[in-house]
Write a protein that binds this ligand. Structure first.
Ligand code: CA
Length: 221
């Protein structure tokens, strides 16, 4: 799932994000409510992991505004306050589930999984581009039946590309999506990993360079 993590504690947000990534999701992170509201209007997220205690507008207000705009995202509320009142407020405002801090990462992943199941219209299990397949559940890649071994980062990079075949991703975008670099963009790293992916995927090539722009994955025409 595409998940927006709204959490002002930077370390925790990275922790959550990498756990989600390892579980096969596509997380993005923001650290305040205003930014979160901007993001959800622009991009198709399936789920928000939303901290209540945020600088500026708090998580409840974010939720209130989301629902006022009839934005249909699933929302899992996180809060340090384990108070019954907060849970009730969150659920009344339209949160789908609630998790009190501190929590075990496994617990968060279980809740996310449950929310995914509850709302899945057509579960997306296998991504496909030509004869290349990526099984999101097993985390396995095959080309024409031949298994391809990828590192975790290579897998994430391929997954990002394969979710939107034909879409052109800039190097910076890939940096953000795969490495979550927020301040320094190491686009050389992207080039290196694209090179490795290409080598492992083999021919005919599926990952294409779009001059002066970035990369896309599609079947060669
Ligand atoms: Ca907080």
């Amino acid at each position: 799932m595409r998940i927006l993590v709204v959490e002002d504690e930077v370390r925790l947000s990275r922790h959550i994000s990498s756990a989600l990534m390892q579980a096969g999701h596509d997380p993005a992170v923001v650290h305040d409510g205003e930014t979160a509201l901007g993001e959800v209007e622009d991009k198709p997220f399936d789920l928000l992991v939303l901290d209540v205690g945020l600088p500026g507008i708090d998580g409840f207000e974010v939720l209130r505004r989301l629902r006022a705009k009839h934005l249909p995202h699933r929302v899992l509320i996180l809060t340090a306050r384990g108070e019954l009142n907060d849970r009730v407020t969150g659920l009344q405002l339209g949160a789908d589930d609630y998790l009190a801090k501190p929590f075990a990462m496994q617990e968060l992943l279980a809740r996310v999984r449950a929310l995914g199941r509850r709302y899945a219209e057509e579960p997306e299990v296998t991504l496909r581009v030509g004869d290349l397949t990526l099984d999101l559940v097993q985390q396995e890649v095959h080309r024409n039946g031949r298994p391809i071994e990828l590192s975790a980062r290579e897998m994430t990079l391929l997954r990002v590309l394969m979710r939107e075949p034909g879409r052109i991703f800039t190097r910076i975008e890939l940096c953000e999506r795969v490495w979550e670099r927020e301040h320094e963009y190491d686009t050389k790293l992207v080039e290196v990993f694209i090179g490795r992916l290409r080598k492992k995927i083999g021919t005919p090539p599926l990952v294409h360079t779009v001059r002066h722009t970035g990369y896309t994955i599609r079947e060669a025409s």
